[in-house]
Write a protein that binds this ligand. Sequence first.
Ligand code: LMR
Length: 396
Amino acid sequence: FFANVELVPGDPILGLTEAYNADPRATKVNLGVGIYYDEDGRIPVLRAVQQVERQLAEQSKPRGYLPIDGLPDYTRATRDLLFGAQSPLVVEGRAVTTQTIGGSGALRVGAELLKKTLPFARIAISSPSWENHRAVFTAVGFEVVEYAYFDAATRGVDFDGMLADLRRLEPGTVVLLHACCHNPTGADLTPAQWDQVVALLHERGLFPFIDMAYQGFDRGIEEDAHAIRLLAASPIRNFVVASSYSKSFSLYGERVGALTVVADSADEARRVQSQIKRLVRANYSSPSTHGAALVAGVLNDPALRAQWEEELGQMRTRIHALRAGLVERLAAHGAPQYDFIQRQAGMFSYSGLSRAQVDRLRDEYGIYAVGTGRICVAALSARNLDYVASAVAAVS
Ligand code: LMR
């Protein structure tokens, strides 16, 4: 039955982890996948999460099925975190949140919903975008087009190009936007630029699909939700948000994500949610309990929430320091041209390294980066910073 099945290339990001794991060199460094590591090179287990984990272990609750759309304490807390609990849109019941299998699951369920409700729409993603965006939307039958985003000369956003491309899209086109910490470039819009983008989306009748996988990783929980707050306050009545706690709670493998749909009214929201539940049921039936219970346990307890915010703040501050440290070490090794790394936001830097340079880093130094030149700054530490900087400088 499978005799003619083709071998396809490994995933450009997760495939790197497989190659990294198989590499016997002690000096190897994985700058591929977007994971935050602490100074000891470990994925941290946040103290706030540990505390809920202990409570859950003591209670040893039965593991029934969750509702199709997830744990209510989790979805409610997620919605409040995205919009603010006092947001008129929340109070009016216009936002419905579904717990999903990570942010990728949110993108997938959201894509399926939109394919059903806007069957002829295209989707526009940034050039470049997260490697998996195209795959997720193509898988459900969307035609994917790109809008200009990254300016290789300034290493920032090509804002004029972006506006021009968005203006050219047909009304009804879905536009995927990264709320903060753009993956893969680390180049974000300023608040003033967001104002213009939101006005243009409204004027052109475009449908915003926001991907927010890094809330709290650049400037803060509230600040990083700026784009969502702006949309919520705008005349745009419909948009969706795919969000994730993988990074902000350091719960990668628990697959804790959410899809939030903003409808025109509470009644429309209920109807949309009924469709989402049908999609989920036919896909994976219902989400899993543990990760959502951890996140809900933290977000719904004021003391634990404050502790989480502090721990998230520490991760954020450390990433800024790693960026500064990398720039300083690169300059010390004779490569001052990488100073832009300090201006980029979030976990990633679009370093400008070519495919050939990335290959050399892997082959000669055991340093793994994405083929596009994306590196995960959050995987650096005092132990590997100088080694990475000297290797990057050597291949530059
Ligand atoms: C990344 O971009 O590295 C992360 O979002 C992890 C992933 O699934 O690709």
